[in-house]
Design a protein. Structure first.
Length: 222
């Protein structure tokens, strides 16, 4: 006696097979897999209790839905790739330019160093403490009023003792105030864009300070 199965409802295995995208299954492969499983299901149905037209139509409707979703996914993936490619081409125009990005480090040469500060609401006064590698403050700079937004600043490379600080990398802390009250502010580092790369996280700018940032993280371009 031949054993038959009653598969009046679409099986979970069938749904899993149709919906899988882990291995980059194409829409045509999904359709072929669905039809193979559906035909197998119909061949092994209980002849005393076969699938009716409504059940077949229901499963075909599911195929159309899944196929439509897969085609939409393929279209969106293609669109995203094209957008990222266009962004990468645009970003290459920034190679060789200097940018201000979030950070509190600056490189000092014999000409001093450049950095920036973002004061969203402006400030009456801005104080900057330049620190060496040991964390010691070697120079305290006092700036006057800062307009709201990004402000580019410079350090002449001199210490509080009046001597030229050795060339190298330094850090700094900023304090922005209105009267005696501190206001929101953030430090910005200056670095040069050396190259552009693309990946799953989008377009990245590779900077001279050995960091990578998204184009959206750039506060100002020089």
């Amino acid at each position: 006696m031949t054993t038959v199965t009653n598969n009046k409802q679409i099986s979970q295995d069938l749904l899993n097979a149709v919906n899988t995208r882990a291995n980059g299954t194409t829409t045509n492969e999904v359709q072929d897999r669905f039809m193979t499983l559906l035909v197998t299901q119909m061949k092994n149905q209980d002849p005393l209790n076969p699938m009716d037209n409504a059940q077949v139509t229901s499963q075909m409707a599911q195929l159309n839905t899944v196929t439509g979703i897969n085609k939409l996914n393929e279209t969106m993936n293609s669109l995203i790739s094209n957008v990222q490619l266009g962004q990468s081409y645009q970003a290459t125009n920034m190679i060789g330019h200097s940018v201000l990005v979030n950070g509190n480090t600056l490189s000092h040469t014999d000409k001093g160093g450049y950095f920036g500060v973002n004061v969203p609401n402006g400030a009456d006064n801005l104080s900057v403490a330049i620190k060496n590698g040991a964390g010691q403050t070697i120079r305290t700079l006092t700036f006057g009023r800062q307009d709201p937004g990004v402000n580019a600043l410079t350090w002449d490379g001199m210490t509080d003792g009046g001597t030229l600080a050795p060339s190298g990398s330094y850090s700094y802390e900023i304090t922005a105030t209105n009267g005696t009250s501190k206001v929101a502010s953030s430090a910005l580092s200056l670095a040069q864009v050396q190259s552009v790369s693309t990946g799953s996280n989008g377009v990245k700018l590779n900077l001279s300070n050995n960091t990578s940032v998204a184009v959206s993280e750039v506060s100002e371009i020089f």
